[in-house]
Write a protein that binds this ligand. Sequence first.
Ligand code: ATP
Ligand code: MG
Ligand code: MG
Ligand code: MG
Length: 476
Amino acid sequence: MQTHEIIKRFREHFERNGHTVVPSASLILDDPTLLFVNAGMVPFKPYFLGEAPAPYKRATSVQKVVRTPDIDEVGKTTRHNTFFQMAGNFSFGDYFKEGAITLAWELITKSQDEGGYGFDPNRIWVTVYQDDDEAIELWEKIAGLPAERIQRRDGLDNYWDMGVPGPGGPCSEIYYDRGPEHGKDGGPVADEDRYLEIWNLVFMQDVRGEQSPKYGHKPIGELPAKNIDTGMGVERVAMLLQNVENVYETDLIRAVITKAEELSGKRYGDNEVDDVRFRVIADHARSGTMIVNDGVSPGNEGRGYVLRRLLRRIVRSSRLLGITEPVLGTFAAVVRDEMGESYPDLVASFERVDAVVRAEEDAFLATLTTGSKMFETAADETRSAGGTTLSGDRAFQLHDTYGFPIDLTLEMAAEQGLKVDEEGFRRLMTEQRQRAKADAAARKTGHGDASAYRAVLEDHGRTDFLGYDQLGSEAR
Ligand code: ATP
Ligand code: MG
Ligand code: MG
Ligand code: MG
């Protein structure tokens, strides 16, 4: 079943069941805690927080999301994209656990002839939050799941909240058993590669206080109106229904791999090292293109820096596959052809997307060769001094002078068995940013006194730190 059909069936199922169809929001929302929308519920946050009345009781969306913290998994696990589509259904004070479980179960197990996904019910496993006996009973009653295919998990895995006092609740996740050839027995608790997580149901029922139930603390109250928030990974369902090995080989992403095969003359599937590169290219081409399409340009800060990392990693991976010509415009066009049906704006504004990625590639290629030489020198020096860690200074210099994103340096170092002093690098980055702000403030006020500097830090420091935090470790 093609990805477009999977999305269509999701939408129709929930529309038939009284949900308002809400189009995907942009990846960029005005939310200082997030660089990118990272879950389907984000655009609905004001309703869940009670800041605005929900204009509907039930809604459904297929939201585009970006998860930069998953970047290190890309191409190595079978299931992590930096850009993916999260299909969700939401209830605002309407149906709760029983409704959410019933609706999800119907869609995944109904036969394909009747409009469902037709998953074999005997291969479905679920996890529930350790204290959630109610969810266990419902899974037994609604789905007829035997007790051994319902696993309890602690708060770290199966409790959701927003990281601050406010709404929270237990989750229940749905997994599909890909079979013993994909890993060991024992359910998702034992092996998340064999048992693939496809859908997360969040039962928003609690008020969490200062301390999160994620870490075993009790909620401080119950929400007056209980809500449902779910997220199904469209690419993961596609991977299963298309009977391919990983999300990168699904219909809308695989086309980029095919293009990279053509350009490099190498074949995907011949060796694992190159295969990871093919998958990284395919994944990042899609996320990079979608991020540019939502208005971001490459830069040295925040979103622009994330985008730069993605785009430059494509260029370098392509070089390592032996491709010498420029690639970003070519790959972006493939993404447009595949994603255009769902995102017509990408087709309409492709000229701009194309211009942005080509300019970034030119800028990077102009310094890649000299930067690589400088890297080699630094690596040699480190080794001949008996060290195994490239200094933060060197990483910073590569970034500042040659435009090497930190993960490029990390990747190149790892290939030579070296580590990088990332903390030192980040310290220098922060110092540079503060200097730039102090300079700007000094220009504005006409003098360079410390109070202007402090004021700028107080105004802007916090947001930047949240931004950086999110690059490394993002919740959910
Ligand atoms: P995982 O444990 O596999 O990293 P998750 O628990 O972090 O997934 P959720 O936050 O529960 O994921 O997101 C809801 C659904 O979105 C998941 O059940 C999965 O199907 C899908 N999903 C999550 N992360 C990714 C990703 N990086 N790429 C593709 N699909 C994803
Ligand atoms: Mg998970
Ligand atoms: Mg999950
Ligand atoms: Mg995850």
